[in-house]
Write a protein that binds this ligand. Structure first.
Ligand SMILES: [Zn+2]
Length: 335
């Protein structure tokens, strides 16, 4: 059983314990939840990847957070990293990955209304709808498959090494862009037209407006490729090129980087080089509540992982999971 399944089993029992008790047991008073999008309309480019909360679900999650934690400032987050991830106040700092249009149209207005600071991590290659992330291509194709004729599915499968389209689409990585484009052609889907008509990403102007409103803008790699499939040089190139874009176009108060997908299996030498060469001031992972040992690096809580649609349950489950792992001495990120 993987950790996701165990967390799903644990989540219904979280109602028996208060978050204050869980905070006290773990000592983690400062949490960093993250999402991608919030929407009341279906988003076929995301729906196969994670659960997109509605506006009322998102507001409910924020209200839970506001009841138990204070909204943190960017300076508080910086202080947290200097204090090895520990804080003596209950604080939360949300962030949002991939630079999707809902960040500008839906999320930022809610955060402003509630007086919450946050960070938005963008991929320069997608800004202004120049390119579609390979996972979004997969989601669009998976959503259209039920309307495709069996003969067309067969010809699409001829392009694939293992001839299984569902398996391929669920596992496609950045090396599969041209195969995804080939399948789209057979399915009669036009990714360029989708980018033009639907504008799934924010424009540079919209990102600049978020920064002017006091939000922190950071990067998330150039094109959201899988770092666990990339060489050390490729990873460093993705980090430095995206940070160059950030500094040139946005020039934020601090330079932040959120690892695409996960920081798991990223070699220590990448962190060490990025820190010595000052490629970033601060970096972020997605491992949930954990004791992090890497300098200038903080872990965030994935809120859309499917543990529960209620943010309160997701967060409480993270604490319980942290506690259970501590019994076996596994609550530290091993590097
Ligand atoms: Zn991402």
């Amino acid at each position: 059983m993987n950790s996701g399944s165990i967390k799903r089993l644990l989540s219904p029992f979280t109602g028996f314990i208060t978050v204050e008790k869980l905070i006290a047991y773990s000592g983690h008073r400062f949490i960093l939840p993250f999402w991608h999008a919030v929407s009341d309309v279906p988003l076929p480019h995301l729906s196969q990847l994670y659960r997109v909360p509605t506006v009322s679900e998102f507001e409910c999650d924020l209200d839970f957070l506001l009841k138990n934690y204070k909204p943190a400032s960017v300076e508080d987050v910086f202080g947290l990293a200097n204090n090895k991830g520990k804080s003596n106040q209950n604080l939360f700092f949300p962030s949002f990955d991939d630079g999707l249009a809902e960040c500008y149209h839906v999320i930022a207005p809610i955060l402003k209304k509630k007086g919450i600071q946050a960070a938005f991590f963008i991929n320069p290659a997608f800004v202004g709808n120049k390119m579609l992330f390979h996972r979004l291509k997969s989601s669009l194709l998976l959503n259209s498959i039920s309307q495709i004729k069996p003969s067309e599915i067969k010809s699409a499968e001829k392009l694939l090494p293992n001839r299984n389209i569902h398996q391929f689409l669920h596992k496609a990585t950045f090396t599969d862009h041209s195969l995804l484009d080939g399948i789209a052609e057979i399915f009669g889907l036009d990714f360029e037209l989708f980018l033009k008509q639907k504008q799934p990403y924010m424009s540079l102007q919209q990102i600049k407006e978020l920064q002017a409103d006091g939000f922190l803008i950071g990067t998330h790699g150039m094109d959201h490729r899988e770092f666990f499939l990339s060489s050390e040089d490729e990873i460093l190139e993705q980090i430095s090129a995206s940070m160059e874009f950030l500094i040139r176009e946005i020039n934020p108060q601090i330079n932040t980087f959120a690892f695409p997908f996960t920081d798991f299996k990223v070699p220590n030498s990448v962190f060490e080089k990025a820190n010595t060469e000052r490629l970033w001031d601060l970096s972020f992972g997605t491992a949930g509540i954990k004791d992090e040992t890497m300098k200038n690096h903080l872990q965030r809580i994935p809120m859309e992982s499917g543990v529960s649609k209620e943010g309160e349950k997701v967060i409480k489950t993270e604490y319980i999971w942290y506690y259970l792992k501590s019994v076996f001495g596994k609550n530290k990120v091993r590097r």
